[in-house]
Design a protein around this ligand. Structure first.
Ligand code: URA
Length: 410
């Protein structure tokens, strides 16, 4: 295999064969293909794209660059969802235990927040003692006992993606549909799934800004999932206002506890039930009964305990992590709440310290926004539209100063 010839072929709009793609990924993972060649190929893919067959081959090659979770033939079916991320997107914490109540297994590998979108691992780590880095034996043990585990990527899974993502991050090649598809799907398929639902979001608070871009990414991921033997479906949704009523790690855990106890909020519960019913055995109406009966809440507490978390802390998580400065942001006028811009609120929450700008940044579990009002609501001047939780007086003042740009009452 002569790598420069393959790079030139992709640069000129040609197609790489299945064998060539597998050989490239194997060489790159072993360290035999230098990063400058892989960067150049990534840029050629960025401009020229890939056929569905090339994208599936790239996903398959990245999936087999490392280990996969292994299951027995008589184990229950394995299901999961992947969200492309949004503001206040806390769906996973409710969905995984709910699906486990349905008798399916959920080996959910999640990521950390980067930029304005939060990460499931950061939210979970706000629970004192909760361990997200489990080895394979521990993952199997937790799933055997409760049916779900919520964990970070293990060292053995998709090493090719770890290397390639780090390169893409510094070479302007992240926003490429085939590269995103292969990156996301290889990690999800490494869970050894039977069914996967994709929650692809678009709008100011999402990675994909337009519905058209989201549709293209969704199509690409569903095609690859099905081609590689996993029943895959998609739910496209707008991310123009935050999901639920809070954004920020411990604040979101508190909201999930309310939802798991059957207390909404409605939009969060609707997303959870829509996504769960795409991969569950039981119909939506039965899943809703399980949620309202508290079955998923019970399951969540069992999972938290098995992963080392302090179950007692769950119902008082906002006391465990309490920001020193909390202030209400009130409506300046009476009318209808027309805009609660997800991108803007996400930026405020990031700057309060709940998110990270670089992968190595620490996160502050206590800060963020809660009691976020929903668009379409009738409000009166002086009504609370949200509360800001800040670490310092200066951070609070900055947030209150920029919030009016992102909120509109007409
Ligand atoms: N998330 C990933 O895991 N990979 C991408 O390429 C983009 C988002």
């Amino acid at each position: 295999m002569h790598i420069p010839t393959l790079i030139e072929r992709k640069r000129d709009g040609g197609v790489l064969s299945d064998e060539e793609i597998h050989a490239i990924i194997a060489a790159f993972t072993r360290g035999d293909m230098p990063e400058y060649q892989m960067s150049s190929l990534a840029m050629a893919i960025f401009f020229r794209g890939m056929t569905p067959e090339e994208t599936a081959a790239l996903t398959d090659a990245m999936l087999h660059s490392g280990t996969m979770l292994a299951w027995n033939d008589d184990d229950p079916i394995r299901v999961d969802k992947h969200s492309t991320g949004g503001i206040g997107d806390k769906t996973s914490l409710v969905l995984a235990p709910l699906l486990a109540c349905d008798g399916v297994w959920v080996p959910m590998i999640s990521g950390r927040g980067l930029g304005i979108t939060g990460g499931t691992l950061d939210k979970l780590e706000s629970i004192p003692g909760f361990r997200t880095q489990l080895n394979e034996a521990e993952i199997h043990s937790v799933i055997d006992q409760v049916g779900c585990a919520m964990i970070g990527q293990t060292v053995g899974i998709c090493p090719a993606d770890k290397k390639l993502y780090a390169l893409r991050d510094v070479t302007g090649t992240v926003p490429s549909i085939p590269l995103i598809t292969a990156s996301i799907m290889s990690k999800k398929l490494a869970e050894g799934l039977n069914r996967l639902v994709l929650d692809v979001k678009y709008g100011s608070g999402a990675f994909m800004k337009t519905e058209e871009q989201a549709h293209q990414l969704a199509q690409s991921m569903v095609r690859v999932g099905n081609a590689l033997g996993v029943r895959s479906s998609v739910r496209l949704s707008a991310m123009n206002e935050p999901t639920g009523e809070s954004a920020g790690n411990a604040l979101e855990v508190a909201e999930c506890v309310r939802c798991l106890q059957g207390g909404g909020p409605q939009d969060l519960e609707d997303i959870v039930l829509d996504l769960a019913s795409a991969v569950a055995v039981s119909p939506r109406v039965d899943l809703q009964k399980m949620l309202h009966r508290g079955d998923a809440w019970h399951k969540f507490q069992q999972m938290v305990a098995l992963q080392g978390g302090n179950v007692e802390a769950l119902e008082k998580i906002t006391t465990v992590h309490r920001a020193p400065f909390i202030a209400e942001f009130k409506s300046p006028a009476s009318g209808v709440l027309h805009r609660m811009d997800a991108g803007g609120i996400g930026q405020v929450v990031l700057e309060l310290g709940a998110g990270r700008s670089k992968a190595a940044d620490p996160v502050d579990f206590a800060v963020g926004c809660d009691q976020i009002a929903k668009t379409g609501m009738q409000v009166r001047a002086g009504d609370v539209l949200l509360r800001v939780h800040a670490r310092t007086k200066a951070a609070l003042a900055r947030a209150l100063d920029v919030l009016p740009q992102h909120i509109e009452v007409v």
